[in-house]
Design a protein around this ligand. Structure first.
Ligand code: DLL
Length: 449
């Protein structure tokens, strides 16, 4: 099939009405959804209790048997699972299925020690592909669309997750993976991609290289970006939308729970629908571990409801967000998690003020003369933590303007976030660009510890 034909195919299949991959499930009345969740929660508990020694020991300690659970609220009686549980039982100690029943393994490297390994049965892969297809349709992707997939292929769940999802939807996937940015741009243009899948930071890097090559991606066939795998701000969304000429949709997921497609924004761009027929979402106060009222910020906790190989009970994601069950314009009834502000582990406490890197990003992006690339360097000075912010001047700004620019940015950060920072303006291209998840914080305190 030639490039032109593919583009035409994508064009002709697009309609105005929202396109659902699984309309019945996505628009199910919330009471029915809750009944389905309770039923699936019980079977997940049975799976975990019968096949994973760690879960059985913990449930026994709580004097809980899988069939004791009567209501969904009773999920709060279940013990939490944390990332170190996976590390402590490396590599397969938390799997509920033997190898002969597995179809795939993925792993995330993590910053210290052993990776966390996750496994899937054939049925898990099928559900994941379905949820990614559902997420893509929710974002506005249609069968026949050309999907340029720049998420990394390999142990990271992004590449294969988006790949299987696009195929399940009936889209035409271009499996590029990350890197070779010039080539990516040529392929987007030549194959007529309508959809770009990438981390937001890599999407920005693609925009930048295209501009340097005088290729106008705003005039290209791109219409939708499916961006996730790292925190990003609404300011960054607007920047990417303006520079790539597409609608930037936020997609969320984590390997311990499945991979990308746990939640995804719809075309309304007002929160990510969390797929409640497959996951049970809670938000807790990270300090007390108690649930917070709907709408209040806290740590997202997820229980899987259909996973066979790796059932997860109340997994503490460390991701900070809020949840709403309010009706959405798109007709989907599944709750929405609001943009993830950041990870609990990434929160900086600077002289008593709690700050997430994405808050600094929100101040930097859109600042005149400053390019939207940055890094925060955190170090210990005496008994206090100190943050330096490295930013980049836009091309063409003379170097003698860097110093006053740095002062202006520091002043803006102080007045909008309330923290004192040293700002260093660097030359264009000096801040490292990412091909996957951007490194936003260099924490020098950890190195000296
Ligand atoms: O990043 C899965 C993924 C791939 C999601 C592609 C979306 C797109 P992990 O490598 O296990 O999995 O990292 C999961 O990344 O706990 C969050 O801290 C962060 N994260 C993922 N999506 C978002 C998002 C993939 N949309 C960790 N906004 C999660 C903010 C995100 N943070």
């Amino acid at each position: 099939m030639g490039a032109t034909t593919m583009t035409e195919l994508g064009m002709s299949s697009r309609g105005k009405a929202p396109y659902y991959f699984e309309q019945g499930l996505e628009t199910m009345a919330r009471e029915r959804l809750a009944a389905l969740q309770l039923d699936r929660l019980r079977s997940t508990l049975r799976n975990a209790y019968e096949h994973v020694p760690l879960h059985r020991t913990r449930l026994d300690a709580q004097r809980m048997k899988p069939d004791d659970l009567r209501t969904l609220d009773e999920v709060q009686r279940l013990p939490f699972t944390v990332k170190s549980d996976l590390r402590d039982h490396y590599p397969f100690g938390m799997f509920a299925r033997p190898h002969r029943e597995l179809a795939r393994l993925h792993a995330s490297s993590g910053t210290t020690g052993k990776p966390t390994v996750v496994g899937y049965t054939r049925s898990d892969i099928h559900s994941w592909a379905g949820l990614m297809a559902r997420s893509m349709a929710c974002a506005g992707v249609h069968p026949g669309d050309v999907v340029h997939n720049a998420y990394g292929y390999g142990l990271f769940t992004g590449g294969l997750g988006a790949h299987y999802g696009a195929e399940a939807l009936g889209a035409v996937v271009v499996p590029v993976s990350g890197g070779s940015t010039e080539r990516q741009i040529a392929l987007i243009m030549d194959f007529g991609a309508r959809v770009l899948c990438a981390t937001p930071s890599y999407a920005l890097a693609i925009a930048e290289v295209a501009e340097q090559q005088h290729v106008d991606l705003r005039a290209s066939s791109l219409e939708i970006g499916l961006f996730g795998a790292e925190p990003w701000s609404d300011e960054m969304r607007r920047e990417i939308e303006a520079r790539l000429g597409l609608k930037a949709i936020d997609i969320y997921g984590l390997s311990e729970i499945m991979g990308p497609g746990v939640a995804c924004e719809c075309e309304a761009q007002s929160g990510l629908h969390g797929w409640e027929d497959h996951f049970l979402f809670e938000v807790i106060d990270p300090e007390t571990a108690r649930p917070v009222p709907e709408g209040q910020a806290g740590e997202l906790v997820i229980t899987t409801l259909t996973k066979e190989a790796l059932p997860m009970l109340r997994y503490r994601t460390r991701d900070i967000t809020r949840i709403t069950t309010a009706a959405c314009d798109c007709g989907r009834t599944h709750l929405r998690i609001l943009r993830i502000t950041g990870r609990n582990d990434d929160m900086l406490i600077i002289r008593g003020v709690n700050v997430y890197p994405s808050q600094v990003e929100a101040v930097l992006v859109g600042q005149p003369k400053i390019a939207p690339h940055y890094q925060l360097i955190v170090e210990r000075r005496g008994s206090l933590d100190h943050v330096s912010v490295e930013v980049e001047a836009e091309p063409g700004i003379p170097e003698d303007a860097f110093e006053p620019l740095a002062h202006a940015v520091a002043h803006r950060i102080k007045s909008l976030i309330g923290i004192t920072t040293d700002v260093l303006v660097k030359k264009p291209g000096e801040i490292p660009r990412s091909q996957g998840k951007a490194v936003r914080v260099r924490d020098l305190r950890k190195r000296s510890a």
